[in-house]
Design a binder for this molecule. Structure first.
Ligand SMILES: [Zn+2]
Length: 575
C-alpha cells in the first residue's frame, strides 16, 4: 500500500491504530473519539490539548474518507465546587451555589448567558470555531435531565455491588479526588485541597453507612448534591435520599427521576460504553493506580463496553504572559492566545509535538522567534525542501478535512509588524506607509493584505509587551547629546543622512547602517567585518538608538528608520 509522506507523524500512527480498533469493535460504524471539558470557570489554554489531540486524529481519519465523530462532552452537570478567584462579575455570594450543577449557577454579573456553564462554554466554543475544530457537542445536563441515560442509571444501580467491588480494590491506595484531570492548573493545589475535603467519597459514591450507591440526586429543595441515598428497591426502583444541608428527604421512582447523575468514576466509563468511544486522551498525571481512567477500564466491562485507546498527554505551559486582566483569573484562555497568534500557529504547536511531549506557548518575546520558525517552514513547503514529518505538521496546521483555514494574504515577518505597530502606536496610515517602504518594488495596496497577522502583532505589543520595553520615538532632538559628539560622531551621522534617500528600503537601509562605520574606517562598503569594525558598528548603532528612542537598543535599525520616516530622522539626527 502506498503511503504518502504525510502519513509518518504521530497523528497518522494514532489514526491507523484507532481505525483498526474501530473496525474490530464496531465494523461499519463511524469512528468515535472524545474529549471532555468542565465549564467550572475560565477554560484554560492548557486544557486545549484535551480537544486538540482527538481533533487532529479525527481530522486525519476524516481526510482518509472514513466517517468519524468527535464527541465533545460538556461536563456541565458536574457540581459547582468552588468560586474561582479573580473572575469579573463574581463575588463571595456565589459560594451559596456550591453543590449545584454548573448549569444551575447564575452567570457572572453582566454576562449575556443564562448560567455559569453557558458563560464559560461560550468563549471556548468561539475559539474552537476559529481553530477549525469540528465536533459534536453533548451537554451532560441535557443528557441526564431528559433521561437519555435512564437505562444506564438503572443498570448501574442494579450492578452496584459489582461496581463497588471494583472500586474497593483501589480505595486503600487511591489518592483523594479522581476527576479526569485535563491539565495541571495554576490553582491545582487549591483544587486538590477542595477535592480532598470530602470529595473522595463523592467521586466514587462510597458511603460509610448504608451501603454503596453509584448515583447521586440533586436535592429537591436546595438543588445541591449534599445528598445521601438511604434506600433503594431494585424491583420498584424506589430511591430514598436525604439532604445533609437542609434535611430534606423524599422517595422517588428512579425509573422516572431525572435530577441526579452517576458519580464520576462510573459516569465516565458508562459514557465510553454508551457512545462507543475508541479514542480519548487524558492528562498525564492520570496514570496513577486508582485514577478514574484506570478504574474506568474495569467498570466499562460491567456496562458491556471497552476502554478507549487513551494516551496521556503532557503539560502545556505558558511562557511570559503579562499580568492579565483580573477577568481571566490570571490564567490565559485559548482566546487570549488567538488574540496574539493566528490559528495556524496555535494548531502547529499541538500538531508538531507528540502528546507525551510538553511544550510552552509563548506570550513573551519568544513568539517572534516562533513566527520566524513558522515562516521558514512555510518557505520550505513552498520550495519543496521540507522534511516529511515537518510537512505533516504544517498540513495539519493550515487545513482540516473541511478545507483551508483563512490565512494572511501577505505574511510579512511578525517581528517587523510588531516593531512597526510599536512605533506607530497602531496608526493605520502611518503603518501602511512604512510597510510599503519596506519593499518599494511591491508596495501594499491596503493593510488588509497583512491582516489578520498585523492585528495579532498589534495585540501582542499592546497587551503583552511591558511599557518599559515599548519604543517611544523622540519628539525633539537630544541637543545635549548631539552637542557632545566629536568630529567622527558628527561625520557618521552626516554620512547616514546623506544616504537616506538613495537607500530608502529595508535592504537599502540595512546596507547603509552597516556601511557607514566601514566608510568611517576607510574600508570599502562590502568589506568583511573585522572585530574592530564590529565594535565600531555597535557603538554607532547605540548612538542612533539613543538619538531616536532614548535607549541603547530597540527594533532593528532599518525597520526603525523606515518607521520613524526620513523627515523625522533628519530632525533627530542633524548635528
Ligand atoms: Zn437540600
Amino acid at each position: 500500500m502506498a503511503q504518502s509522506s504525510t502519513e509518518t507523524d504521530w497523528v497518522s500512527r494514532f489514526a491507523d491504530e484507532v481505525i483498526a480498533e474501530a473496525e474490530r469493535r464496531a465494523p461499519g460504524k463511524p469512528v468515535v473519539v472524545a474529549s471532555g471539558l468542565s465549564p467550572s470557570g475560565p477554560i484554560h489554554l492548557g486544557n486545549l490539548r484535551e480537544v486538540m489531540t482527538p481533533h487532529l486524529v479525527a481530522d486525519e481519519i476524516r481526510r482518509r474518507g472514513i466517517e468519524v465523530r468527535h464527541v465533545l462532552s460538556w461536563d456541565d452537570y458536574d457540581r459547582y465546587r468552588k468560586v474561582p478567584a479573580g473572575v469579573e462579575g463574581v463575588d463571595e455570594s456565589w459560594a451559596q451555589h456550591i453543590g449545584k450543577p454548573l448549569t444551575s449557577v447564575p452567570a457572572p454579573a453582566g454576562s449575556a448567558y443564562g448560567s455559569w456553564a453557558e458563560h464559560f462554554k461560550a468563549a471556548m466554543v468561539e475559539s474552537l470555531a476559529e481553530l477549525g475544530v469540528e465536533y459534536d457537542p453533548i451537554s451532560q445536563t441535557e443528557q441526564y435531565t431528559t433521561g437519555v441515560y435512564r437505562e444506564q442509571v438503572l443498570f448501574a444501580m442494579k450492578h452496584r455491588a459489582d461496581i463497588d467491588a471494583v472500586l474497593d480494590q483501589y480505595r486503600t491506595k487511591q489518592k483523594p479526588g479522581g476527576k479526569k484531570p485535563q491539565q495541571k492548573q495554576v490553582d491545582e493545589a487549591e483544587l486538590e485541597a477542595a477535592e480532598g475535603s470530602g470529595a473522595a467519597a463523592e467521586d466514587d459514591g462510597s458511603s460509610a453507612e448504608g451501603g454503596y450507591f453509584p448515583y447521586k440526586p440533586y436535592c429537591g429543595q436546595c438543588g445541591k448534591d449534599f445528598t445521601k441515598v438511604t434506600a433503594y428497591d431494585d424491583a420498584t426502583t424506589e430511591l430514598t435520599y436525604v439532604c445533609t444541608e437542609d434535611e430534606f428527604t423524599e422517595t422517588v421512582a428512579l425509573s422516572e427521576f431525572n435530577r441526579g447523575k452517576l458519580v464520576w468514576k462510573v459516569d465516565w466509563p458508562m459514557r465510553w460504553a454508551y457512545e462507543g468511544v475508541i479514542f480519548e486522551p487524558s492528562g498525564v498525571d492520570h496514570s496513577s493506580p486508582g485514577s478514574s481512567f484506570q478504574v474506568g477500564g474495569q467498570i466499562v466491562h460491567i456496562f458491556g463496553g471497552e476502554q478507549p485507546i487513551g494516551p496521556m498527554y503532557a503539560f502545556v505551559g505558558i511562557s511570559g504572559m503579562a499580568k492579565m486582566s483580573s477577568s481571566k483569573g490570571g490564567v490565559p484562555t485559548p482566546a487570549d492566545a488567538l488574540k496574539i497568534m493566528e490559528p495556524q500557529l496555535l494548531r502547529w504547536l499541538y500538531a508538531r509535538r507528540r502528546p507525551n511531549q510538553s511544550f510552552k506557548i509563548a506570550f513573551d518575546q519568544e513568539i517572534q522567534r516562533l513566527y520566524d520558525e513558522w515562516d521558514k517552514l512555510e518557505a520550505k513547503v513552498a520550495d519543496g525542501s521540507v522534511l516529511p514529518a515537518d510537512a505533516a505538521a504544517h498540513t495539519r496546521a493550515v487545513r482540516t478535512a473541511a478545507g483551508e483555514l483563512p490565512r494572511t494574504p501577505r505574511p510579512m515577518p511578525y517581528r517587523t509588524l510588531a516593531s512597526v505597530v510599536d512605533i506607530t502606536a497602531g496608526h493605520d496610515e502611518q503603518t501602511l506607509r512604512i510597510l510599503s517602504d519596506l519593499d518599494p518594488e511591491r508596495p501594499l495596496a491596503s493593510l488588509d493584505e497583512v491582516r489578520p497577522r498585523l492585528d495579532r502583532a498589534e495585540n501582542w505589543i499592546t497587551t503583552q509587551v511591558p511599557a518599559d520595553q515599548r519604543t517611544l520615538v523622540r519628539e525633539e532632538p537630544d541637543t545635549e547629546l548631539l552637542a557632545s559628539l566629536d568630529d567622527e560622531g558628527r561625520e557618521s551621522l552626516r554620512l547616514l543622512l546623506e544616504g537616506l534617500d538613495s537607500h530608502w528600503s529595508l535592504d537599502g537601509l540595512t546596507t547603509l547602517v552597516y556601511g557607514v562605520p566601514k566608510v568611517m574606517a576607510g574600508l570599502e562598503p562590502d568589506a568583511k567585518p573585522t572585530p574592530e569594525l564590529k565594535v565600531a558598528q555597535r557603538t554607532f548603532f547605540a548612538l542612533l538608538y539613543r538619538l531616536l528612542v532614548t535607549r541603547e537598543t530597540g527594533p532593528r535599525l532599518p525597520t526603525l528608520l523606515l518607521a520613524v520616516g526620513a523627515d523625522r530622522v533628519r530632525k533627530l539626527l542633524a548635528a
